[in-house]
Design a protein around this ligand. Sequence first.
Ligand code: HXC
Length: 270
Amino acid sequence: MTTKLEEKEMTTATTYKNLRTEVTGATAVVTLNRPQVLNALNTELMTELADALQNFDRDEQVRVIILTGGERAFAAGADIKEMADESTVSMMLRDNLAIWDKIRFIKKPIIAAISGFALGGGCELAMMCDMIIASETAQFGQPEINIGVIPGAGGTQRLTRVFGKYRAMEIILSGRPFSAKEACELGLVNRVVPVEVLMDEAHALAAEIAKKSPLAVRLAKEAVLKTYEMTLNEGLQFERKSFYMLFDSKDQKEGMKAFLEKRPANFTGR
Ligand code: HXC
């Protein structure tokens, strides 16, 4: 049962063919919705997903985004039917993977809430998110090797950075799926929860982050991601500049004043 306040806070955003979107308070939820093919990621779905995420990135009401799928599948990979007859040249000319870059540049934190299959492009999409909460039924993997290709949306890079060379090599070269428990032990997943509470856990984490200064959250996300792109020295310099930069924000004044006055801070993102 929703309270009056919750009803007032709930708004429904743009309608898409392959997604459902909903905003509750400061959290937007994007649900992949092509269940008949286990949420296989075709061009239309990916275009809609990039559009939805970019819209929520611009929407000041939204502070955190949750990306989820169905109970049986988060996503079973890129749409094999769509790719089966492509050639090198047609793949290069269409350059479908350019859509994925738009997701990479979303500034707000994205929490992936994963149940069921997260395979191939589905696993790669999860890894593009900033935090991953998995249900006990989640099954990850990079099975591209079984169909004569390799991961193409970051799998060889992101999985290796998390798992290390030897484990990543086994997963990618054998194509064997791995459980949520294994993913959690190896550091790919923040936590594993029963499927019934998956969305509650994701919402609780989102609500926790949504209370912080959106400016600080944005710069913190950017700084953490720089770890993958910069030397330690460059990363430390980036972090320091971002830290200094926040001292020109109202949120820094409010945050520190609230601490000294022993009251909760009210961050406005200014
Ligand atoms: C297109 C897919 C699909 C996919 C499943 N389906 N995965 N269609 N692309 N990736 C479709 C099936 O064809 C079937 O449609 C329906 O979804 C249900 O799937 P089943 O196979 O019948 O279900 P099940 O027996 O439970 O097996 C589930 C599964 C299997 C283990 C997940 O579907 C599977 O192995 N899927 C492919 C996984 C994969 O190889 N992913 C990597 C793709 S390449 P019908 O019409 O028969 O009912 C990739 C590259 C990424 O992701 C690179 C950059 C984006």
